[in-house]
Design a protein around this ligand. Structure first.
Ligand SMILES: Cc1cc2nc3c(=O)[nH]c(=O)nc-3n(C[C@H](O)[C@H](O)[C@H](O)COP(=O)(O)OP(=O)(O)OC[C@H]3O[C@@H](n4cnc5c(N)ncnc54)[C@H](O)[C@@H]3O)c2cc1C
Length: 432
């Protein structure tokens, strides 16, 4: 089996300049706000807090954005991991609209940060979401609902238009989101870190927060040889540490997904520079990146170890949609871990003791982490209580190992449903 040419790194790491990085914390510091976690959630929060004039210390256990934030698909779009119909079923139509509006704030934050400071980080515009079976117009009806009720801009396309952009008979109708865009996520994360530092935040890498305790009117965060005393602590550690803050940590489960990047290719099947995804419960997502390479993501699993022959698996997935890609060499292949609450919605808020948390962004974290950073900052700096819109989705125990087993079983069930939908509803429209 063909192995990736670059085994242990990501294409993002190979195309970003990390520079010297940041030191570890080996002393005691005092500040207004201690942010734990150097992914997008922690970085946006640290940046916004520092911009509000508060003193900020950010602690990162590894390197800035080494985890999901620096290894994701790079798609930026409105909404959440949970689709709006299910969200409305969970919280009611009006509350769903309010939450969707907040998610748009996150998208706009990313757009503006990039436009103002490093426009080259944007790699393309638009997102096309395709259905892989003839669904009798259900996807078009969903798009119509999203436009009407949630004010989303969408072009609703029928099969022939879909296949003008993507030459495969696996796709039928599609929704095109012109305001979505895609970026280089690692370079974006490093930009956030640089901006946070310029605004006065102190950043520490290889500094794991081990314990958060009350100490008089402040919090004390211990981290190996260092200690931070802060008025506010904001925990943004995804599902990578579920013990540090049990209130939110016990409410999320770690879920892995995978990405591959091909060699530079001459191909004429993906004829769009927009991002692409399909509507399957555990579907593919991909885009053209530099030099004609294809970045292809997919598969969701609670088995966290990287599969052997990941490159081969991903090439197999590409070939199922575009047979001509079955021979493409995969230069990079990697996995990443996301945090999911059982209802697939982010967990944002303050626990009864007063510790802030932002986690559970699932596979839709580019906009929602930014939204969380904005909401928490406005709450701390200005007493704005919009973050309480998320109270209705407060953390609930995700079931520990039983939750993990249940979620894996539900993924298998979803795959079976996807297979059934495609198997029994394909038609004979030609690939155009
Ligand atoms: C392969 C993949 C593809 C994806 N594609 C997309 C996409 O296209 N679009 C999209 O919107 N979303 C996507 N996502 C989801 C998105 O990347 C995440 O939701 C988002 O990055 C989560 O950010 P975060 O800051 O919460 O977590 P992370 O990026 O995981 O960061 C958490 C950080 O906390 C640190 N940490 C943990 N414990 C401690 C501790 N005790 N002390 C100090 N630091 C600690 C970790 O080291 C880590 O750096 C994808 C995710 C993956 C894995």
């Amino acid at each position: 089996m063909q192995q990736p040419v670059h085994n242990s790194s990501t294409w993002y790491e190979a195309t970003a300049e990390r520079g010297e990085g940041w030191p570890s914390l080996v002393s005691a510091l005092q500040c207004d706000c201690c942010v734990v976690g150097g992914g997008f959630a922690g970085l946006t929060t640290a940046l916004e807090l520092a911009r509000s004039g508060l003193s900020v210390v950010l602690l990162e256990a590894g390197r800035i954005c080494w985890a999901a934030s620096g290894r994701n698909g790079g798609f930026v779009s409105n909404g959440f991991a949970l689709n709006v119909s299910s969200l409305a079923g969970l919280v009611g139509n009006e509350q769903a609209k309010a939450l969707y509006g907040l998610s748009q704030l996150g998208t706009e934050f990313v757009r503006e940060a990039i436009a103002a400071h490093e426009p080259a980080l944007k790699m393309g515009d638009g997102l096309r979401v395709c259905v892989r079976y003839s669904d009798g117009g259900k996807l078009r009806a969903y798009g119509d609902h999203l436009q009407r009720e949630f004010g989303e801009s969408i072009d609703i396309n029928e099969t022939l238009e879909t296949r003008r952009h993507l030459k495969t008979d696996r796709y039928f109708d599609s929704l095109y989101f012109p305001k979505a865009f895609h970026i280089h996520p690692l370079r974006y994360g490093l930009l956030l870190a640089r901006l946070a530092e310029e605004a006065g935040a102190k950043i520490f890498e290889y500094t794991r927060a081990e314990c958060i305790e009350r100490s008089g009117s402040a919090w004390s965060v211990s981290c190996g040889k260092g200690k931070v005393s802060a008025k506010h602590v904001i925990v943004c550690v995804s599902a990578l540490d579920r013990r540090l803050h049990r209130w939110s940590g016990s409410a999320v489960l770690p879920v892995a997904t995978h990405v591959a990047v091909t060699e530079p290719l001459k191909q004429d099947v993906i004829k769009t520079f927009s991002a692409v995804a399909d509507t399957r419960r555990a579907g593919d997502y991909y885009r053209l990146i530099a030099d004609g390479r294809i970045l292809w993501g997919g598969r969701i699993t609670t088995r966290l170890a990287e599969p052997r022959n990941l490159a081969g698996l991903m090439r197999g997935d590409m070939a199922k949609t575009f047979p001509m890609l079955g021979k493409a060499q995969v230069d990079y292949a990697w996995s990443g871990k996301m945090a999911y609450a059982l209802n697939k919605m982010p967990l944002i808020g303050k626990d009864p003791d007063g510790i802030w948390y932002a986690t559970g962004f699932g596979g839709h974290g580019l906009n929602t982490t930014a939204m969380a950073g904005l909401l928490i900052t406005r709450a701390i700096a200005e007493g704005d209580d919009r973050y309480r819109q998320f109270d209705v989705l407060a953390p609930r125990w995700a079931g520990g190992p039983f939750g993990q087993i249940g979620v894996q079983a539900s993924y298998w069930w979803m795959r079976a449903q996807d297979w059934r939908d495609e198997r029994f509803t394909r038609d004979n429209l030609p690939a155009s």
